[in-house]
Design a binder for this molecule. Structure first.
Ligand code: SF4
Length: 353
């Protein structure tokens, strides 16, 4: 199986993926791409949250033209998402797209595919070959008696070979399915046949709740096998929320470091401070300290709390309307409950001094 250490290296704008480069986080805008100001504003919010690569849909010539103006104001690679119209793929590349995502099966005949590849070659632009369980070819659905991982892989590999036949190999591959286990299986199978970097994600994963869980399970299985070079957590909602989820998945798998990891207890009958609210506030506050690489514990009581808090770089163990502040395993002081959050913020602001 080809894992991310031995996939090919592909350049997307100012970023490299594949060949053991760090797994990058991708998201997609949900503004009208033609609305340049709204799209720039959303991309800048995504950048601030930690997005590495952004994709915009290009359904019209106006959207393709907008890419040029959008690119002037953003700092991360811009991917154009194209369906059905090969001319839009060409226009998107002419207006500065750093990568295009197409399904070669839905942009017309060989002539259209050749025209897109010629433009990509001229500008050294990678093409992501995207296969989606919702649009698997009828013949493959019939051959495999339904939509299956094997069918999705055959479809993806066919398209890769089709582009290779035009002597182009600046490719990234994705296979998306909302069925988590089918999706994971498809990535395992495709990695046995090709060595292009893989973009992974669970498509149509759902709202923030189910999307996060399905993505964590699916990406967890796939990434833990060494597969995947870029990831997207698809959520029905503000795409900015996708970034924090993707970061936490990567950190949990040891694929990214940095930022504060907040651990907190589930609370129980021993809890005598408003820990649920405090833990939520600490997690929100942690986003302001992306430059730190530490663990913060927010624990409810003095029975298990101090032990857990000692494991962290800094922690709070709740008492009765007060808490113990622990740092590097030592109790620093007792703090009244209402001052716990600010005390913790002060300690983080002065971390390392
Ligand atoms: Fe309960 Fe204390 Fe454990 Fe929190 S740390 S769950 S309050 S025993």
């Amino acid at each position: 199986m080809v894992t991310r250490e031995n996939t090919r290296v592909i350049q997307i704008g100012n970023r490299k993926i594949g060949g053991g480069n760090p797994v990058l986080i991708q998201s997609m805008t949900n503004t009208k791409t033609e609305d340049v100001n709204a799209t720039i504003a959303q991309i800048l919010s995504l950048e601030k949250a930690g997005c590495d690569i952004v994709r915009c849909t290009v359904p019209t010539p106006e959207a393709a033209e907008a890419l040029g103006r959008i690119k002037e104001k953003i700092h991360i690679p811009l991917v154009a998402d194209i369906h059905f119209n090969y001319r839009l793929a060409i226009a998107a590349m002419e207006h500065g797209a750093d990568k295009i995502r197409i399904n070669p099966g839905n942009i017309g005949g060989e002539g259209n595919i050749r025209a897109v590849i010629d433009k990509a070659r001229e500008r050294s632009i990678p093409i992501r070959v995207g296969v989606n369980s919702g649009s698997l070819e009828k013949e493959l659905v019939e051959k495999y008696h339904g939509v299956t991982a094997e069918g999705l892989v055959e479809s993806a590999v066919d398209k890769v070979r089709m582009i290779e036949a035009f002597d182009y190999d600046n490719l990234v591959v994705s296979i998306k399915s909302s069925d988590v286990l089918m999706c994971a299986r498809a990535y395992e199978l495709v990695a046995e046949q090709i060595d292009y970097p893989l973009h992974v994600g669970i498509t149509e994963a759902g709202t923030v709740y189910s999307g996060n869980i399905k993505s964590a399970v699916g990406l967890g299985i796939i990434l833990h096998q060494g597969l995947g070079d870029t990831v997207r957590v698809s959520l029905t909602g503000d795409p900015v929320n996708e970034i924090a989820s993707a970061k936490l998945i990567l950190k949990t798998l040891g694929l990214r470091s940095g930022g504060i990891e907040v651990v907190s207890c589930p609370t129980c009958g021993r809890t005598n401070i408003d820990l649920i609210s405090l833990a939520g506030q600490v997690e929100t506050m942690a986003a302001d300290f992306e430059h730190l690489n530490i663990k913060v514990a927010v624990m409810g009581c003095v029975v298990n709390g101090p032990g857990e808090a000692k494991e962290a770089d800094i922690g709070i163990a709740g008492g009765i309307k007060e808490g113990l502040l622990m740092k590097k395993g030592q109790v620093i002081r007792k703090v009244p409950e209402e001052e716990l959050l600010n005390t913790l913020r002060y300690e983080l602001e002065h971390w390392g001094e």
